[in-house]
Design a protein around this ligand. Structure first.
Ligand SMILES: Cc1ncc(COP(=O)(O)O)c(C=O)c1O
Ligand SMILES: N[C@@H](CCCC[NH3+])C(=O)O
Length: 473
């Protein structure tokens, strides 16, 4: 695929050479990362680097990650939860959910900021370990872990393996026992609380692949698994894990799930005499994708969850456990944007007589599957120049052979949007690159980190040669 490169305009070149900024830059605000600003001349910068420069140096499409933004969200979540849980006398660990996006640098950044790392596969585990995250600060998830994954985790001394089924309890115990090890495990349970979007629902029975249901009380699959984990001497049962969903904007689901888990913990103690030390409440903290949307505030949610677990524990008469959480999207999502170059622009008359302008960009569902998969909404802006032309109703689409290859369903863009323009889509840091594909043999874009006016490549752009290298003829 030919890569489009954007030579900066003469004015930008001259300014970059002088290293000065004309006029005061204005921060764009949510849903953009905190380092995204626009100068009076319309030059959009990420952490001080112009989008023209990024496009010229790295081509488009490109994922751009604002390091300072990511770090401050990581430390913000850690501080908020540490403070709120210290207030009620409980400890807390924050695990960054690497599934949202993981690379060596990102693993190091979150580790620097005092977070641990939650991995879901051997690949994520390998990256966390290679980055230098200590084994005890890593968790391994997965509903279908391979023996290799379990053994790698055991040998790396991971802090916890979150077991997801009865058979896995036996496998982890056998693999640990064969090596003379005791495996630290948590049991993942399903509380019936499902959250995401703006509401949560609570159902008694679960019809999905993750975890073990608490439905049935003393006879529940969750209780059976916990008891079995207590029985196996090759396992050290650390605690109970619950993850209720993703992109949650209504925090009440966390509180309901926490109460269910704390109740199960008390029941387990009654039946076995073992009061487990830890409770993990999973990830799912929602972010803003569109202007005007309000992300969950870590300080607020930490206080609410802490108050609710304190109340539940007091009702149950059990001492507070140590807590942990696993935010992914809330750390990396807002820190990322995707830079595209506009190609074909096509006005299309739609049913109600209006015209929708289809703006095709040089990427699409291969770099962001979320609109096609979940109907996810995003916000885009023209970032390479300022236009005074009236906005039109636009749909940003990709270059793939699918009519559902939509990047932004509906957005107002200047009526003179044209080929060669630079377009940025906000809040693509989570589940963009990590869920990217090579559909239509499109090489995956690079991830470029921007820090204090300097850009560097974290993951290089794939090439057609990379794709051909996989092909054994
Ligand atoms: C077990 C577990 N922990 C953490 C996460 C991270 O979720 P999010 O990125 O929504 O914070 C997920 C994904 O939803 C998950 O399945
Ligand atoms: N991948 C999903 C979220 C699922 C997270 C993993 N449990 C998303 O893009 O929103």
């Amino acid at each position: 695929m030919a890569q489009r490169r954007h030579p900066p305009g003469a004015r930008q070149r001259a300014r970059a050479a002088r290293g000065v900024r004309a006029g005061a830059d204005v921060t764009l605000g949510e849903p953009w990362s905190r380092g995204v600003s626009r100068s009076a001349e319309g030059d959009v910068r990420v952490a001080g680097v112009s989008v023209h420069e990024l496009a010229a140096q790295h081509g488009t499409p490109a994922y751009v990650l604002d390091e300072a933004d990511l770090r401050s969200r990581a430390s913000g979540y850690r501080r908020a939860f540490e403070a709120a849980f210290a207030e009620i006398g409980a400890g807390v660990d924050v695990y960054y959910a690497g599934k949202a996006f993981l690379s060596l640098a990102v693993a190091r950044w979150v580790h620097d900021e005092g977070l641990r790392v939650d991995t879901a596969t051997g690949g994520e585990l390998a990256i966390a370990l290679r980055a230098g995250v200590p084994g005890p600060h890593i968790g391994l998830h997965g509903n279908n872990k391979s023996d290799d994954e379990i053994v790698t985790a055991l040998e790396a001394g991971v802090g916890r393996i979150i077991v997801d089924s009865l058979v896995e309890i036996e496998r982890v115990a056998d693999l640990a026992g064969a090596r003379g090890l005791v495996a630290p495990v948590m049991v993942r349970v399903t509380t019936g609380v499902h959250a995401g979007g703006h509401e949560y629902i609570s159902t008694a029975h679960e019809d999905q692949k993750f975890g073990l249901s608490v439905a049935g009380g003393a006879d529940s699959p969750a209780m059976a698994a916990l008891r079995r984990a207590v029985e196996r001497p090759e396992l050290h049962l650390l605690g109970i894990h619950s993850h209720i969903g993703s992109q949650i904007l209504d925090p009440s689901g966390f509180e309901v799930a926490a109460r269910v888990v704390l109740t199960l913990r008390a029941e387990l103690a009654e039946r076995t005499g073992v009061l487990v030390d830890e409770v993990d409440l999973g990830g799912g903290y929602g972010i803003a994708y569109l202007p005007g949307e309000v992300a969950l505030d870590p300080d607020r949610i930490a206080k609410d969850v802490a108050a609710s677990v304190q109340a539940s524990s007091a009702d149950l008469g059990t001492p507070l456990p140590r807590f942990s959480i696993e935010p992914g999207r809330a750390i990396v999502g807002p820190a990322g944007l995707t830079l595209y170059t506009v190609g074909t622009v096509k006005p299309v008359r739609i049913d109600d007589g209006r015209v929708r302008t289809y703006v095709s960009v040089d990427g699409g569902m291969s770099d962001n599957i979320r609109p096609a998969l979940y109907g996810a909404q995003y916000h885009a802006e023209l970032v390479g120049r300022v236009s005074q032309v009236e906005p039109v109703l636009a749909r940003v689409v990709g270059k793939h052979c699918e009519s559902g290859d939509i990047v932004v369903h509906e957005v107002q863009l200047p009526g003179d949007v044209r080929a060669g323009d630079l377009l940025a889509v906000a809040a693509t840091g989570a589940y963009g690159r990590s869920m990217a594909s090579n559909y239509n043999q499109v090489p995956r874009p690079p991830v470029v980190a921007v820090t204090d006016g300097r850009a560097r490549v974290l993951l290089r752009r794939e090439t057609v040669d990379d794709l051909l290298a996989l092909d054994q003829g």
